[in-house]
Design a protein around this ligand. Structure first.
Ligand SMILES: Cc1ncc(COP(=O)(O)O)c(C=O)c1O
Length: 384
């Protein structure tokens, strides 16, 4: 009987992983988490990070160590997973709808402080009835539109005061405060443009708070937050809480906006060259749309839209981009001859995520690395 093949010597490295794999650079995550924690605390607000970006208990623990107070989630699956690991102060930051009332109130009855939000005048009545049936009092935020125009009530309209009043009238509901998200900051292309959106986000909340104060209604919490606005805002007077998410990993989009440097991007996808075309100057890698997501992010300064920059295993930029995607194939066009020589079929490279929140959500877990050394595996609590 032949002896089994000897295991490779030394600690496991990212080059030994199957492809595609999701990689998180531990040192960069720690640095990003600490930097945002220090920044928000220094401006006198509480940090309630949005865990939808990472969906990983270990990252939330790092955020906890950096001073966070509670978490924000975008799905009830995230709420359940984090509650099961002791995170019991949660804001569910998608407007709540009747199909989720029972699940929300059950979690509250089980001891989690799960706050919800609404921008709809028809929600407080049935939500209060569900809370009453479950024997709980539910914290409810009013979602404010600060200029993104995705969700939220315009605080200059009569519906705003009316909604706050309808929540306040129900004994099974507690008015938790005002919450907004300046997603339009992602349309900014410079720090100055970001700062303008950040002021809009903050000032809309301060004005909305003043509107309610004039009616004798105190606002317990004014909650804002996006990574670009929190990075560039000049002050946070009048704001209690910030809910940044993306900053833990950053990504190609944040680099283009001017929110971070390329060296702050913690999330990459390890991929293998599966095809080399010397005539067309093309490589094909095994990270397609299902691995990278189809988020084209923000075009580079030369106007080229792409799905991520390629770097070597040790992080050296290759000057190549994923230019097209099919389900399991990533096309890399414009590859010069020396790189075609260097990157034979089987070669491993990494693709820097364009939009880390979406790329991370394609994978069941993270392979966590320090340099090329693998140091941990973090589960990704996906689903709805
Ligand atoms: C409601 C809400 N709050 C906070 C965030 C966090 O924003 P970012 O990932 O830019 O930090 C998001 C992101 O989509 C969001 O939708």
């Amino acid at each position: 009987m032949s002896a089994p093949a000897a295991a490779p010597a030394g600690p496991p490295t990212i080059g030994t992983l199957p492809t595609p794999s999701l990689l998180a650079d531990h040192a960069i995550v720690v640095r990003n988490v600490q930097r945002m924690g220090t920044r928000i605390a220094g401006m006198g607000a509480a940090l309630r990070p949005h865990v939808k970006t990472h969906k990983a208990i270990e990252v939330a623990r790092l955020q906890q160590a950096a001073g966070m107070r509670g978490i924000t989630v975008s799905t009830l699956a995230e709420a359940r997973a984090f509650a099961a690991h002791g995170f019991d102060d949660i804001t569910y930051a998608v407007p709540v709808e009747p199909g989720k009332f029972a699940a929300v109130t059950a979690m509250v009855a089980a001891g989690t402080r799960l706050a919800v939000l609404t921008d709809d005048l028809d929600v407080p009545g049935p939500l209060a009835a569900a809370a009453q049936r479950a024997g709980v009092t539910l914290d409810v935020y009013v979602k404010v539109d600060c200029g993104y125009h995705r969700c939220g009530v315009d605080p200059s309209t009569p519906a705003f005061g009316e909604l706050v009043q309808r929540i306040g009238e129900r004994t099974a509901l507690r008015f938790a405060g005002l919450l907004t998200h300046a997603g339009h900051a992602y349309r900014a292309r410079s720090a100055d443009e970001c700062r303008a959106v950040a002021r809009e986000e903050r000032d809309a909340m301060v004005a909305a708070r003043a509107t309610l104060a004039a009616r004798g209604i105190p606002v317990p919490v004014a909650s804002i937050g996006s990574t670009p606005t929190a990075t560039h805002v000049d002050h946070l007077e009048g704001i209690d809480e910030v809910r940044t998410g993306n900053y833990v990993f950053h990504d190609g989009m944040q680099v283009r906006i001017g929110t971070c440097a390329a060296a702050d991007c913690a999330l990459t996808v390890l991929t293998a060259v599966v095809h080399r075309d010397r005539v067309r100057g093309r490589l094909v890698v095994d990270a397609g749309a299902i691995a990278l997501s189809k988020d084209a992010g923000i075009a580079d300064a030369d106007g080229v839209t792409h799905y991520g920059h390629l770097v070597t295993l040790d992080g050296e930029p290759l000057g190549l981009r994923v230019t097209a995607l099919s389900q399991e194939h990533g096309w890399v066009d414009g590859v010069p001859e020396p790189l075609l020589d260097r990157l034979a079929v089987g070669a491993r490279v990494r693709v820097v995520a364009n939009h880390s929140c979406l790329t991370a959500a394609q994978f069941a877990h993270y392979e966590v690395h320090e340099g090329e050394r693998l140091v941990a595996r973090w589960a990704n609590h996906r689903g709805w």
